[in-house]
Design a binder for this molecule. Structure first.
Ligand code: HEC
Length: 398
C-alpha cells in the first residue's frame, strides 16, 4: 500500500517538475532570445532615459515593445518589479524530491551497480549527493578564480571538468544513475547560479538604484556570466532527464563517451541558435560550424551505439519455453502484474513478462534492454552471460 502512495506522489512530483521546468527554461530561452535581438533605440527620448536596446514583437493578438536599460540601469525602479526565480527554485526542489523518491529510495534498482565503484545502500546515495554539492563548489570556485578573467579559458576548464565528472559518474554508478546524476549536477549548478549569484546581485543593483546611487556594474557582469553558462547547460540537462527511457545510451560500456558526445551536441546546437539570434549583425548570415559540430556529435553517438549484428545464426533457436524460464528466473520478480520486488507498486513502465503472450509482445523492448546490459538493474537477479545471450537470441528472432 505504501508503495502505491509513494508511486502516486512521485507522479505528482514529476508532473510539477516538468511544468515548472518548462516555465523556467521557457523564460530563460525567451530572455536569451530577447537580449540577442535588441536594437539600439531610434527614439532620442529613450536614449536619454538610458535605454540601450529595444525590440518590437507581436504575440497573442497584441504588440509588445520591451526595452533594456544600459549597464547603469534605469534612474528609478517602480514599486512593481517582476522577478524570475521561483521557476528555477521549484524545478530544483521538485527534481530533488523525485531524486529521493525514484533513485535514493531504492538505490539498488536505479542508482547502483555492483560492478561499479559506489558502495551499496546509503553509502552510494551519499556519493551521489557528494557529486551534486561538490560539482557546484568546484564550478563556483573556478568562476571566482583568476581563470575567469578569460571567458574562453573558464569555459574550456568547465567543459574539461564536466567531461571528467561524466567519466567518473559512469565508473561510480549504474549507467542510468550516472546519467541522471550528471544532469542533476548541472541542474544544481544552474539553480545555484540563480540563488547565490544572479538574484543577490540583482537585489544589490535594485537597492543601489532605490538609494539614488549608480549600481555597481560588476553584479551585472557576474550575473551575465552565470546566465551564459546556464544557457549552454540547458540542452545537456534536458537530454539527461529523458535519457532513462533510452537504455541504449546509458547501458553500454562506453556510456560515458555517449554522455559527453550528446552533451557537446546539445551545447553546440544551443550555441548555433544563440549565434542565429544575432545574425542581423552579420547581414543575416550565421556560420554553420557550431551546428555541424553539434550534429556530428549526435551522428557519431548514433554510429557508436549501433548494436553489433544479431546473434550467430549457427546457434540453435531458443524455444518460447526456455525464454519463459529465463524470464521467470531473472525478470518477473519485477515485471509481473503483481511484482514481488519490495517497493514496486506495479510492473515498471507497464512491462510485464509473466505470461508467454505478454513476453512475446515486448520482445523488441526486451532485446534493447538485454543488449545494453541495462536490465536486470545492477544485475540484481544474477543473470548469467549465457542466459542473456539465449534470451537475446529469442527476443531478436523475427
Ligand atoms: C529489480 C527489478 C527489475 C528486474 C529484476 C528487471 N527489471 Fe526491467 N525494469 C525495472 C525498472 C525499475 C524499469 C523502469 C526503468 C525506467 O524508469 O525507465 C524497468 C524497465 C524495463 C523495460 C521497459 C523499458 C521501456 O522502455 O519501457 C524492459 C523491456 C525491461 N525492464 C526488461 C527487463 C528484463 C528482460 C529483465 C530480466 C532480464 C528485467 N527487466 C529485470 C526493474 C527491473
Amino acid at each position: 500500500m505504501a508503495a502505491y502512495w509513494i508511486d502516486f506522489f512521485s507522479l505528482l512530483a514529476r508532473w510539477t517538475h516538468v511544468v515548472v521546468g518548462i516555465a523556467w527554461i521557457g523564460a530563460s530561452f525567451y530572455f536569451v532570445w530577447l537580449d540577442n535581438h535588441l536594437d539600439a533605440p531610434s527614439d532620442d527620448a529613450l536614449k536619454a532615459k538610458g535605454v540601450g536596446g529595444e525590440l518590437w514583437a507581436v504575440h497573442g493578438g497584441g504588440f509588445y515593445n520591451p526595452q533594456k536599460y544600459g549597464p547603469a540601469g534605469p534612474r528609478r525602479v517602480p514599486d512593481t518589479l517582476h522577478w524570475f526565480y521561483w521557476e528555477a527554485y521549484s524545478t530544483w526542489l521538485t527534481g530533488f524530491l523525485l531524486l529521493c523518491l525514484v533513485y535514493y529510495r531504492s538505490p539498488e534498482v536505479s542508482l547502483l551497480d555492483p560492478t561499479r565503484l559506489a558502495p551499496g545502500g546509503f553509502g552510494g546515495v551519499a556519493v551521489g549527493l557528494g557529486f551534486l554539492v561538490g560539482g557546484w563548489l568546484i564550478y563556483h570556485a573556478l568562476c571566482r578564480s583568476p581563470l575567469a578573467r578569460s571567458e574562453r579559458a573558464l569555459g574550456l576548464s568547465i567543459a574539461g571538468l564536466l567531461g571528467l565528472a561524466a567519466w567518473a559518474l559512469c565508473q561510480t554508478f549504474s549507467g542510468r544513475g550516472a546519467f541522471l546524476h550528471f544532469g542533476a549536477m548541472l541542474g544544481t549548478m544552474m539553480v545555484a547560479n540563480v540563488f547565490f549569484v544572479i538574484i543577490p546581485g540583482q537585489r544589490k543593483m535594485v537597492a543601489a538604484i532605490r538609494a539614488g546611487q549608480l549600481p555597481d556594474p560588476i553584479h551585472g557582469k557576474h550575473g551575465k556570466q552565470r546566465s551564459v553558462h546556464n544557457t549552454y547547460f540547458t540542452l545537456p540537462v534536458l537530454f539527461t532527464m529523458i535519457s532513462n527511457h533510452y537504455a541504449t545510451t546509458y547501458g553500454g560500456p562506453s556510456n560515458w563517451i555517449a554522455l559527453i558526445l550528446l552533451c557537446v551536441g546539445g551545447a553546440a546546437i544551443r550555441h548555433w541558435f544563440v549565434l542565429r539570434h544575432r545574425a542581423r549583425e552579420r547581414d543575416g548570415k550565421t556560420s554553420p560550424v557550431a551546428l555541424i559540430i553539434g550534429l556530428a556529435a549526435i551522428v557519431a553517438t548514433a554510429a557508436m551505439l549501433q548494436p553489433m549484428t544479431a546473434a550467430s545464426t549457427a546457434a540453435a533457436p531458443v524455444t518460447a519455453e526456455r525464454a519463459q524460464a529465463i524470464l521467470a528466473a531473472r525478470c518477473t520478480t519485477c515485471h509481473a502484474a503483481q511484482p514481488r520486488f519490495a517497493g514496486l507498486a506495479a510492473a515498471p513502465n507497464g512491462a510485464m513478462f509473466d505470461t508467454p503472450e505478454r513476453a512475446h509482445a515486448k520482445r523488441s523492448l526486451i532485446a534493447a534492454q538485454l543488449q545494453s546490459g541495462a536490465m536486470p538493474p545492477g544485475n540484481l537477479t544474477a543473470m548469467t552471460p549465457d542466459e542473456r545471450a539465449e534470451l537475446l537470441r529469442w527476443a531478436s528472432t523475427p
